[in-house]
Structure formats: C-alpha cells, structure tokens
Design a protein around this ligand. Structure first.
Ligand code: SF4
Length: 460
C-alpha cells in the first residue's frame, strides 16, 4: 500500500511543532498503517499520536501531544491511500463515457468506492461491495451512504449497469439498511428503459424491500453530443411530465405508508416539463440538494433571507464529512472552486453600472423569476447572460457543466463597461472544465460563490 504524503502543514499546528514537513510520507499512525482518511481521522483524534514517517528514504518517529479530538494540522495528498475502487459497470448513460477526449484526467475516473460515497456523497452501485466492506461500514458507522438503484428489477438493473452483478448487488443495500446505516438512493431515468411501468415497479420495490431508505432522488440522464449509445434519448416534455406524475403518485403512497415523501424528482424535470417548482416545504430539509433536487427553491429561500437581512435557512450545499476530516486533501474529488476564497478570482477591474449574471440555461429558469425582486431590493440594474452549452451539446444545460469556451463566446458579444458575475460552480481551482482560466475571458468577471446570499451581497 503506497503511503500517504503530506502536502501541507498548518502553521502553528501540533504537527508543525514536531517538525513534520510537506513531502514526508506517513507510514503509520499509532502503529496502524491507515488505509484512508477515515482511519486516519480515528487515530489522529487521539491525544497522543505517534506518526511513523519516511523522509528522504529514512524512517523516523514523530510524537504529537494535543487535546483529544483536535486536528493534527496535516493535509495529505489523497483521501484514499490504498487504491480507489473503480467501477466495473458500463452504464450506457454514464456521463464519463460521454466526455470528449483531452479533458482533465481526474474527470475520467470511474470510482465506485463506498468510502468516497461516505466522504463526498458520490453514488456507488455496490457491485464491488464485499462482506468485509459491510463489516467495516457497520462497525465504523460510515453513513450516510449514497447508492445508485436505477431499477429494482434484476434484469433491468443488469441491463442498465451492463454488469451481471447488478442483478444481485442490491442485497448489500438491504444489509446496510438492516444494520441501521443511513442510505440515500437515486434512480437515473433513461426514457424507454426504466421510466413508465419500470419506474412504478422500482418505487414499489423500494416500498417493499427498502422502506428504510432515507430518500430516493429521481434524476434524468444527461445526453451529450458525444454519446455513442443509440438507445439513450433525452426526455421530451411529455416524458418529463410523466415522470413527475409517477413520482407525485408515489410520494402520496410513501406518505401514507411511511409518513414521508421518500422520493423526490430533480429540479430539471420541472424545467423540462414546464411546471413550477414545488414549495420549499416539499423537499423535507433538502437531503438531496447536491443531486440537483430542490436547488431552485433553496436558492430562492437563500435570496429572500439575504434580502430580508436574515441568515440562510440552513439549506444549500452540504459540506459533509469531508469538511472536518483532518488530513483530507483539498484537491482530488472536490477541489476548491477558487484558489483563494477570500479574494475570488477575477480577470480585471469590474466597472460600476449595469450588472449581468452569467448562468446556464437551467440557471436562467431559476433566476429569471427572481430578477424583479433582486432589482427592487438592491436597486441594481441586473440582467442575465444565459450561456448555451455548445461544448457538450445534447441536453446538457446545468450551469455547473459550462465550459470556458462557451462562456468566452457568450461574453465576447456582450457590451463592455458592465459588471459580469460568474458563479463559482463552473470553476475548479480558478479553471473551467475545459481548462480555460478566468483570466482568459474577454470581459472582466467577478466570481461569486453559488448561493443566494453571496449573489445578493455581490449585487449590493
Ligand atoms: S456506475 Fe457510474 S461511473 Fe460506473 S459506468 Fe455507471 S455511471 Fe459510469
């Protein structure tokens, strides 16, 4: 097992006082050769931590004494020190298979690792899950986890995952729920394959076999121009409406049987079907916010609270376990959007005057109804610059998948002399998905955190 490598030591931290340096390899903590940041955290929480290190090929011991539960102050190069479990499925709707060549290497990693599910909320299919994994999850109470269900019918699930183990691996979901682990599920709906009667059957299967699931997100597949799958089709407005009707029917049944809605349709479905988003109460605390479920209403609630001078109502992006793991790397599975959050990336001095918010086509649907409110409350002459995703093509319209090239082309035809606000969700370390830097855009932009309060603050 390759050891973890220290990439940063927090100044003034207990680790810094013992002379641990970036580049040191961590061989063991308190005698345990830790496999990942989850085990690391358990050992690092101890009041006395013995670190076996290797520096320049020489092994040495560092002993850190600190209050129990306080951080060591190390940042490591990976959340998983042994190998990330990669996925052995070949889902025809997989977005990674629909990426053009030449993008960042990390974008092509197909992980299916329960540890990344626990750490970052990534969905796992459990096709590579083992008895030993179950024992560890239960013993260390590693929840919540996020499981891709897609269909409860074994044949349909096998077809969707293109993996025979898809037929049987949901037995692990039952075992996790029986052991009291909190699990959220998702169904990626592919029209003609697992919508209609199959979706009905899946939701019935969930009620029958997995009623302890915390929630199930029903999300549409994304189809980029690069798909090579002839059976993968975008939802029509009618197909999206039918999914909403099915989910609505089942929400009533789940409420009758379980006292909660359990299944929630993605915001994208309401946009596709041309229906209004449900009220914020509908989402029962927004448990699948990061999966695009309830984002529109959460954003609106955030904006309204900020305009009223109140604090955000406790919804929005969830930091999750990862935020507090001492040692977890900033880069990798969730790199910071901008390099220095206190000085967000910008590419020139933004002029005063009119303000334009750069957004994707779905973002336009969320922001448009809020414009009169924002204009009235902030007295800012604000408008939108919706950007079509020509890079991916197909039905890809979420703001988070906008590339620098498309934003560049949209801004090039916009007038100079205005303020342009760019949501940070399009960036990873100041760069777009296609590698373009903010500095390469043809107009000065201000990068704003993607939440309602930050947008209101930027407008004021
Ligand atoms: S399980 Fe996920 S990563 Fe693997 S092929 Fe399917 S969609 Fe892609």
């Amino acid at each position: 097992m390759p050891p973890a490598r220290v990439v940063a030591v927090a100044p003034g931290s207990p680790a810094a006082s013992t002379g641990i340096q970036p580049g040191d390899e961590v061989l063991a903590l308190n005698g345990e050769a830790v496999r990942d940041v989850i085990r690391y955290q358990l050992q690092a929480d101890e009041p006395v931590v013995e670190l076996e290190l290797r520096r320049g090929g020489l092994e040495q011991l560092a002993v850190v004494e600190k209050p129990a539960g306080s951080p060591l102050g190390l940042e490591l190069d990976s959340p998983v020190f042994d190998r990330v479990q990669t996925c052995d499925n070949h889902c025809p709707f997989c977005f990674i298979h629909q990426l053009p060549k030449g993008m960042r290497r990390s974008l092509y990693l197909k992980d299916d690792d329960y540890r990344l599910s626990f750490l970052y909320g990534n969905f796992t299919t459990l096709t590579r899950f083992t008895e030993a994994d179950l024992e560890r999850v239960v013993t260390e109470k590693l929840g919540p986890l996020y499981v891709s269900i897609h269909a409860t019918d074994p044949d349909v699930r096998t077809r969707l995952l293109r993996n025979r183990r898809g037929a049987t691996s949901l037995r692990w979901l039952g075992a996790l729920l029986d052991a009291g682990i909190e699990v959220h599920g998702q169904v990626v709906v592919c029209p003609g394959i697992n919508d209609g009667a199959v979706l009905d059957d899946t939701l019935l299967g969930i009620l029958d076999r997995f009623p302890r699931l915390a929630t199930v997100g029903i999300v549409p597949l994304g189809v980029s121009a690069y798909t090579t799958e002839p059976d993968m089709h975008e939802h029509t407005a009618a197909a999206a409406g039918a999914v909403l009707d099915t989910v609505g029917r089942w929400q009533s049944r789940f409420r009758d049987a379980l006292g909660r809605r359990l299944a929630f349709a993605a915001d994208e479905y309401f946009v596709l079907a041309g229906r209004p988003f449900p009220h914020a109460d509908h989402y029962e605390s927004f448990p699948q916010h990061e999966n695009g479920i309830g984002m529109a209403r959460a954003f609106e609630a955030d904006v309204r609270a900020a305009l009223a001078g109140e604090s955000a109502p406790g919804i929005g992006p969830r930091a999750g376990f990862f935020a507090w793991v001492d040692g977890a790397p900033a880069d990798g599975y969730r790199a910071p959007r901008v390099d220095d959050a206190s000085h967000p990336a910008r590419n020139g001095d933004a002029p005063a005057g009119r303000v334009a918010i750069v957004t994707g086509q779905y973002g336009e649907q969320v922001l448009s109804p809020l414009l009169p409110l924002l204009r009235a409350a902030t007295e800012a002459p604000v408008r939108l610059v919706p950007v079509r995703n020509a890079f991916f093509g197909g039905n890809i319209a979420v703001t988070g998948l906008l590339t620098g090239r498309d934003v560049h082309d949209a801004l090039a035809s916009e007038p100079p002399g205005e303020r342009y606000l760019l949501p940070d969700v399009v960036l990873s370390r100041d760069r777009f998905l296609d590698g373009m830097a903010v500095a390469d855009l043809p107009r000065p932009v201000e990068v704003v955190p993607t939440d309602g309060a930050s947008l209101v603050a930027a407008l004021r």
